[in-house]
Design a protein around this ligand. Structure first.
Ligand SMILES: Nc1ncnc2c1ncn2[C@@H]1O[C@H](COP(=O)(O)OP(=O)(O)OP(=O)(O)O)[C@@H](O)[C@H]1O
Ligand SMILES: [Mg+2]
Length: 332
């Protein structure tokens, strides 16, 4: 494992650390503002605090920076009481305008006191996070940047990505963004998207089951089943097979995405390649692959070589791109 990966991401060996990252309870106080307490990770999911109102623009989400602040505080060496940071972050291409960028910068460019709460709800360590510089870029651009540079961001891996027209299909929780990047810059006319993501479809599976069984089945319960490839659910004493409903829903989403790409490629036939990324990209891959073959469309899936190959985790492509942009811009 490289030094950088050790610093950046969860060390697979360290189960305790992983659990810690998944069960954070923090109090955040922005400079001159009021304290607010948040769960992060599994505890937030259990408390139902992870469910954002669908349709909220990223720049309008008042909690968008909370997990970031908690991670920065957690990674501040124990001997330090405060730490300074420069940030590169992103907004979806369709929400990337001056107002949204200013809002995002405003929210982040500040000082925050982050206090970790222990299991007994007692305040523990407090760290002051000071953000001195913020660069906001359109999502998708970092994906191309990530594929262009090597793992350590000091050499070019795919020089051809610097020029010409490239596409990204970012299948998120509630939106699917298909930005087109031309000569390293976003082309908003060529870009497209769908106001639906993988969670939209998992919600449909959950609500259709809830309706037919009169039980309350949540999105996270269904997600858990799919990720564990456990395709039966016991509800009120009866066993319900989930496979058909899951396949129908995910196929229908995959078809919708292929239709959008087909349309984009008809208008902008010079797009060289589409990279499939985002958490939804992982789940939809087999469905997209089957439809692609029938429609004579080829998409590029990013493959993890093994479970530790985070660099090639589709869900982390924008994140690694931000890191490489930050490294070039601010040095690291
Ligand atoms: N290991 C996995 N395999 C398949 N799907 C996953 C996996 N982990 C998460 N997901 C799905 O991916 C979704 C999150 O993906 P992602 O992180 O790309 O979304 P997001 O960027 O938070 O959302 P948006 O782009 O809409 O703001 C979750 O809703 C979940 O359903
Ligand atoms: Mg996303």
């Amino acid at each position: 494992m490289t030094e950088r990966r050790k610093n950046l991401s969860i060390d697979g060996d360290d189960e305790q650390k992983k659990r810690q990252y998944n069960n954070l309870d923090v109090v955040v106080r922005p400079l001159g503002g009021a304290e607010e307490r948040f769960y992060i990770g599994d505890m937030a999911i259990e408390a139902g605090e992870d469910e954002t109102v669908v349709g909220t623009e990223k720049a309008d989400n008042p909690y968008i920076h909370i997990p970031l602040l908690a991670m920065l505080a957690l990674h501040t060496p124990r001997r330090e009481k405060e730490a300074h940071f420069s940030v590169v972050c992103g907004l979806p291409i369709k929400q990337f305008n001056e107002t949204a960028r200013a809002k995002m910068k405003d929210r982040l460019l500040s000082e925050f006191d982050v206090t970790f709460m222990d299991a007994q709800s007692q305040p523990g360590r407090k760290v002051r996070i000071i953000i001195d510089d913020v660069v906001v870029v359109p999502e998708g651009v970092p994906v191309i940047f990530n594929r262009m540079l090597n793992e350590t961001a000091d050499d070019i891996a795919r020089p051809e990505l610097r020029q010409g027209s490239w596409g990204v299909i970012d299948i998120g929780a509630f939106t699917t963004d298909c930005p087109v990047i031309v000569n390293g810059k976003p082309d908003s006319m060529a870009s497209d998207g769908i106001d639906e993501g993988i969670a939209t479809y998992i919600d449909r599976i959950a609500s259709s089951l809830s309706n037919s069984t009169r039980a309350t089945i949540t999105r996270n319960q269904i997600l858990h089943k799919i990720l564990n490839n456990d395709l039966e659910l016991v509800i009120r004493g009866k066993i319900y097979p989930l496979q058909k409903e899951i396949e129908d829903q995910l196929f229908s989403f995959a078809r919708k995405i292929i239709d959008v790409i087909d349309r984009m490629w008809s208008k902008n036939y010079e797009i060289r390649e589409f990279f499939v990324v985002g958490g939804g990209g992982k789940m939809l891959k087999p469905f997209l692959a089957r439809i692609m073959a029938d429609r004579d469309i080829a998409l590029t899936f990013i493959e993890m070589k093994n479970s530790r190959d985070d660099q090639n985790d589709p869900q982390l492509q924008n994140a690694y791109g931000y890191w490489k942009m930050a490294k070039q811009r601010f040095g690291a």
